[in-house]
Design a protein around this ligand. Structure first.
Ligand SMILES: Cc1cc2nc3c(=O)[nH]c(=O)nc-3n(C[C@H](O)[C@H](O)[C@H](O)COP(=O)(O)O)c2cc1C
Length: 345
């Protein structure tokens, strides 16, 4: 921890995107001690066997450069992306901002991506690791939902699962896919893939925003239950600034500690609306075992994090897994799956 405090003070001297590039390059070559396994944390979700429930959230390894190494570091799974069909540069820099006092980040990267083909080449083989690919649409795309269909077809023989990211606040118009007719069109196209005889054997997840109003969330959950979607990731970043103390006018999606409550509330409502029938991945503001456990008790079968890693360093993963296994055993559960949704009534 002390070592990371020192390293962090150095990394934080750089622009966040440069600091991130340094971290990715380090991860490419670093070797880690094999992480400890905890039987209580092992579970089967979406037909995949997870060694532990803590995954790296999308956005950290957008291009699939270090997905395997992150699992060696201790994550139970990695999510690569968001990847767009064609390469695109994203928004002009600066576009990532640290809010240190709030232990938060604002980003408006806008899907900077090397594109589907290059990510496929980088990932090569997934092997035994669980690596999901998070797909998006190109900014200048004429038909967003077609971009997602392309992505499902393109990665279905490689990825462990695919995430359809319709919740980035940084691609104008994208979030419209979360609601009403647009959602219907997208889900119909996904349902039709099966009819096209494209036997999709891998799970397909939908990543949603914490800003969806309760009515729309309810509608989305009902639609999802009668579709080929296997689970939800809750949530992406928020455009709200209600929970921060930093005075900032920067536009973009807010992540980290301040979004814990709003994303956990959204998770809890989605668990209710789906009656616990499909697995949910809880994301947003997780930086300790207690926070991870709270997500689990509010309906998450798995957890993802990103901003917590930036502020707490790589030991966070090992610490969360160790402390989480103790919390689960303390409460008399023999496996994490028994605690999922325990506090939702
Ligand atoms: C710099 C940055 C880039 C991100 N890029 C993506 C992305 O490309 N696709 C995506 O689905 N989510 C992206 N996210 C959102 C995260 O995956 C996650 O949903 C969100 O940050 C909340 O988790 P956290 O509070 O643990 O960071 C990004 C987050 C950050 C901080």
């Amino acid at each position: 921890m002390f070592f990371y405090s020192f390293l962090k003070s150095l990394l934080f001297l750089f622009d966040p995107e440069i600091a991130h590039r340094i971290t990715i390059n380090y991860l490419k070559f670093a070797r880690f001690k094999k992480p400890k396994l905890y039987k209580v944390l092992q579970s089967e979700v979406f037909g995949l066997n997870f060694q532990n429930p803590i995954g790296i959230a999308a956005g950290f390894d957008k291009n699939g450069e270090v997905a395997h190494n992150l699992i060696n570091l201790g994550f139970g799974f990695s999510e690569v992306g968001t990847v767009t069909p064609k390469p695109q540069p994203g928004n002009p820099r600066p576009r990532v901002f640290r809010l240190k006092d709030d232990r938060a980040i604002i980003n408006r990267l806008g899907f900077n991506s090397v594109g589907f083909s290059e990510v496929k080449t980088k990932l090569e083989k997934i092997g035994d690791n669980i690596i999901g690919v998070n797909i998006g649409a190109n900014k200048n795309s004429k038909d967003f939902s077609e971009d997602y269909i392309k992505g499902i077809k393109f990665f279905s023989t490689l990825a462990s699962y695919i995430t359809i990211n319709i919740s980035s606040p940084n691609t104008p118009g994208l979030r419209n896919l979360e609601v009403l007719e647009n959602l219907d069109v997208l889900l119909d196209k996904i349902n039709n893939l099966e009819r096209e005889d494209l036997l999709i054997k891998i799970p397909i997840l939908l990543k949603i925003s914490p800003d969806l109003e309760a009515d729309n969330l309810k509608y989305l959950c009902e639609k999802v239950l009668s579709s080929k979607i296997d689970g939800l990731i809750i949530s992406n970043t928020t455009i709200s600034r209600d929970s921060i103390s930093t005075d900032t006018l920067e536009k973009g999606g807010l992540s980290g500690k301040p979004i814990f409550d709003i994303s956990t509330k959204q998770l809890r409502m989605a668990y209710k609306y789906t009656n616990g029938k499909i697995p949910l991945i809880g994301v947003g503001g997780v930086d300790s075992a207690e926070k991870a456990y709270e997500k689990i008790k509010n309906g998450a079968s798995l957890i993802q994090l990103y901003t917590g890693l930036v502020y707490n360093g790589p030991n966070l993963i090992k610490d969360i897994n160790e402390d989480l296994s103790s919390l689960i055993e303390r409460d008399g559960y023999s496996n994490i799956s028994e605690a999922v949704g325990a506090e939702v009534n």
